[in-house]
Design a protein around this ligand. Structure first.
Ligand SMILES: Cc1cc2nc3c(=O)[nH]c(=O)nc-3n(C[C@H](O)[C@H](O)[C@H](O)COP(=O)(O)OP(=O)(O)OC[C@H]3O[C@@H](n4cnc5c(N)ncnc54)[C@H](O)[C@@H]3O)c2cc1C
Length: 458
């Protein structure tokens, strides 16, 4: 899409130079995300305020130019890739933390602030924002909200949808929205906050958020359990999630992950171990002791072969090490792996692990699974050579249909973007999909915002 001089002039009036890039070499880095897809935009703009953002959206609408909101491009689905060219709107310069209201446990923040900056700011007041993606050092609050990105702590504290009070945004029509309320309860009007969260920048561009904070627990205790089968680990996950003391993290690694860690990192786990659970409890001094005891008890079953509990920070780091080094190990094994994040009802985790194993065998590719077992949310990695791409794609399609058939969902936290768009009708029926498209038409009538993503075309 070639951008006219008239349009570029309008962008420059909205965001004064040098906050508009048009040189191809300067725009190039804004064409990728962690999906490894790439498409260069025609221009990149860096607004510094809500009003500047609104002016950019209005210019794009007037000239029917595609507009792609961008945090830091850590998303895994191509959602921030400007595949129709046009303009990328980057929030790098809207990264201020505006107001911490400790008494009301609320933080007003611009969308470009990183998740890490928010956590560090709140920690001083003994508070935190629960969503904690593995990319927290780089990813932005805008990106977290747009993807409803979570992480290990969601099992106890929820996702951005449960932890956001209010949003300010500009719709694709150029109108300003103020959603939600500053109070912890409100039933006035429709819940547009939850609608915008997870909509992957297809309805509106978020320019400000009021995040709902939680008190930082005084203590944490990490535990690691090894099982002789995926079924035994799945049984333990269910037992832990159905008793009152919820873990603040409950992460799983399957047999393929354990074998790769043994082979690549010399990890000394008993050969009988075929699944691992990382379990963490938090709370005050007494609370953490009680929660850990309850989780220890629930983790015990006939398939448990080893259980360790950290007494110190160093021991905790040692227990977590295997889980935290897993992603590079998988990528090292098969650089062109497919990385998905499906979710099933938690009581069906063991069944999912068995069916993934069968899918891998049927298509002759390795299907590794790890992740947020307490939410039933597993990162399914199809590890294949480039020459096995067709088999991997077929295995992926079967993973998605299997998950939907198990009352699950094809994305727990990464979103749909470009990669999974065509699988959405597996999960969402035609009539509901049409309502979603009409909502999109209402907020973005000229289809400029992240056009062609998240929902399949009509
Ligand atoms: C190493 C690594 C670990 C990860 N771990 C996790 C994890 O544990 N859990 C998890 O959920 N995800 C994880 N992710 C995925 C990713 O980090 C998250 O989805 C994150 O929220 C993306 O943030 P971002 O700022 O990079 O957004 P981007 O990738 O730039 O954009 C993502 C989406 O948000 C939209 N967007 C960005 N800003 C705005 C805005 N202001 N208004 C409207 N739309 C906007 C974009 O258009 C796009 O659709 C991981 C990624 C990596 C690379």
């Amino acid at each position: 899409m070639a951008l006219t001089a008239d349009f570029i002039g309008q962008l420059r009036r909205a965001c004064a130079p040098p906050r508009v890039l048009t040189e191809a070499a300067e725009c190039w880095p804004y064409g990728y995300d962690n999906s490894r897809l790439h498409a260069p935009p025609g221009a990149v703009v860096f607004p510094e305020s809500h009003d500047e953002t609104a002016a950019v959206v209005r210019a794009c609408r007037e000239h029917r130019v595609a507009l792609t909101p961008r945090g830091r491009g850590t998303g895994t689905t191509g959602a921030a890739v400007p595949q129709r060219g046009g303009v990328v709107i980057s929030f790098e310069r809207m990264d201020r933390i505006l107001e911490l209201d400790a008494a009301n446990r609320a933080l007003r923040v611009q969308p470009g602030a990183t998740n890490r900056a928010v956590q560090e700011h709140c920690a001083g007041a003994g508070l935190f924002w629960p969503p904690d993606p593995g990319s927290a050092d780089y990813c932005t609050i805008g990106g977290n909200l747009a993807c409803n990105a979570a992480g290990p702590r969601a099992v106890k504290y929820g996702t951005p949808r449960e932890n956001t009070l209010r949003l300010k945004a500009v719709t694709g029509a150029g109108e300003t929205l103020q959603t939600g309320a500053l109070t912890s309860k409100s039933v006035v009007g429709l819940d547009l906050t939850r609608l915008l969260i997870g909509s992957e920048g297809t309805l509106a561009v978020i320019t400000e958020a009021v995040l709902k904070l939680t008190a930082l627990p005084a203590r944490r205790r990490a535990m690691r359990a090894l099982y002789d089968s995926a079924e035994a680990a799945g049984e333990a996950v269910c037992a832990m999630m159905s008793q009152p003391s919820l873990p603040c993290a409950l992460e799983l690694m399957d047999a393929i992950c354990l074998d790769l860690l043994r082979a690549q990192r010399g990890w000394a786990a008993p050969p009988k171990a075929r699944a691992l659970l990382m379990i963490e409890a938090d709370g005050g001094d007494d609370g953490v002791r009680e929660a850990a005891a309850a989780l220890r008890e629930a983790a015990r079953n006939a398939g448990l072969i080893a259980f360790e509990e950290a007494e110190t920070e160093d021991e905790s780091a040692r227990l977590w090490h295997a889980r935290k080094t897993l992603s590079p190990v998988l990528r090292n094994f098969r650089p062109c792996k497919i990385n998905e994040d499906v979710v099933v009802p938690v009581a069906r985790i063991a069944e999912l692990l068995r069916r993934l194993r069968e899918i891998g065998e049927r298509h002759a590719v390795a299907v590794a699974a790890f992740g947020h077992a307490g939410n039933g949310n597993l990162h399914v990695n199809i590890l294949h050579h480039p020459c096995e791409a067709r088999a991997a794609e077929n295995a992926l399609a079967e993973v998605f249909s299997t998950v939907v058939g198990m009352d699950g969902s094809i994305s727990g936290e990464h979103g749909i973007g470009l990669g999974k768009r065509d699988f959405v009708p597996l999960e969402v029926d035609a009539a509901t999909l049409e309502v979603m498209r009409r909502v999109r038409d209402a907020l973005d009538p000229d289809d400029i915002l992240n056009s062609g993503k998240a929902l399949p075309p009509r």
